[in-house]
Design a binder for this molecule. Structure first.
Ligand code: OGA
Ligand code: NI
Length: 338
């Protein structure tokens, strides 16, 4: 438990040596907030919304949504809940604590395996499955006492929004309504907590990566999320009650490369703790669900660029890839290209 950054970082004056990133993994130069990343009003004219989403998915693999159906109150309640959770005395969180990322509900620190890292990320994460609720909720924290009730209701609302956004994407690609249903049944959450850091130029919150799933919905209370586009890191404006939507590898693959996934990371600040509440939707990673480019999007003028594969195997390969030492060659997607 002593490992959790939130248990020892309060008031530290300098970054401990095992959190100082080598220069090439530090935040370096970046564009503070990129105003070109679209903020899309989901209550707008449907065909315009579809077009805005498709353009954003082609250009950035990321956009923000407002008027998305999840109430402001529910989103604010989640921020308060997780502030309380991360401020609980450590003894109250022992039930979910784990020394490394694993299956089930876990509160862990840094990356996937603290013990094997040469340098650690300045982050604590609570992660767990969300769907079906009855299966997962019993493993969730029981403090604060309202956790299971509030998070259960939030997960259901985010799920509705998720299917809605996936249908808008399907429509924009010329695919049928519900096209993504089978590959979006699994839902999980990661709540990342980044305490203030005495020198954000030396340490890192979460390193650059692309989510392996289909699509991700993130709410945040502070600046810190960045996306890499054409080799340049750019900041995402933290808009209260908006969701940042980013595409994972599976949407890039199923769209046969028509849409792109977003490489992103989380940087730190020295003033305020930052918490991101992240929902992932995708295929069930325990099942051999077949993923491949949509037949409708493959033609002689647009040949198939990704192979067909089983999702459980993809996830195993992805985890192997991101456990490799940095710098790594290529990306986790490379072996799936035709
Ligand atoms: C993630 C992620 C970014 C953030 O959990 O996959 O990219 O801002 N988080 O916490
Ligand atoms: Ni991510």
């Amino acid at each position: 438990m002593a490992l959790l950054v939130s248990t020892w970082s309060n008031g530290v004056q300098s970054v401990p040596q095992d959190y100082v990133m080598p220069p090439e993994r530090r935040a370096g130069e970046f564009i503070k907030v990129c105003n070109e990343i679209p903020v899309i009003n989901l209550q707008g004219d449907r065909s315009e919304v579809v077009q805005q989403i498709i353009n954003a998915c082609k250009e950035f693999g990321l956009f923000q949504v407002i008027n998305h159906g999840v109430s402001d109150k529910m989103m604010a309640d989640m921020r308060v809940l997780y502030e309380e959770f991360f401020n609980l005395p450590v003894e109250e969180k022992l039930g979910v604590y784990s020394e490394k990322f694993g299956k089930g509900c876990t509160l862990y620190t840094s990356g996937l395996n603290y013990a094997k890292e040469d340098v650690h990320y300045w982050k604590d994460t609570l992660k767990h499955g969300c769907h079906p609720l009855e299966e997962h909720a019993p493993s969730w924290p029981d403090k604060p006492a309202r956790y299971r009730d509030e998070v259960g209701r939030y997960a259901a609302e985010v799920r509705k929004m998720g299917f809605n956004i996936l249908d808008l994407i399907a429509e924009g690609l010329g695919l049928s309504k519900g096209y993504f249903n089978e590959v979006s049944q699994d839902q999980s959450m990661a709540v990342n907590h980044y305490p203030p850091c005495p020198d954000p130029s030396l340490a890192m919150g979460i390193g650059g990566h692309t989510d392996p799933n289909l699509i991700t919905f993130l709410q945040q209370d502070q600046y810190g999320l960045q996306i890499q586009k054409d080799g340049v890191w750019m900041g995402i404006d933290p808009i209260p009650n908006a969701f940042v939507v980013n595409l994972g590898y599976q949407l890039q693959i199923i769209s046969n490369g028509k849409l792109k996934s977003a490489e992103h990371r989380g940087v730190l600040n020295s003033i305020a703790a930052r918490t991101s509440i992240v929902t992932f939707m995708g295929p069930n990673s325990n099942l051999p669900i077949v993923v491949e480019p949509a037949k409708e999007l493959v033609s002689s003028s647009s040949p198939q660029i990704f192979k067909s594969f089983k999702y459980n195997e993809f996830i195993a390969n992805y985890l192997d890839f991101i456990r490799k030492p940095i710098p790594r060659n290529g990306t986790a997607l490379d072996s799936y290209r035709v």
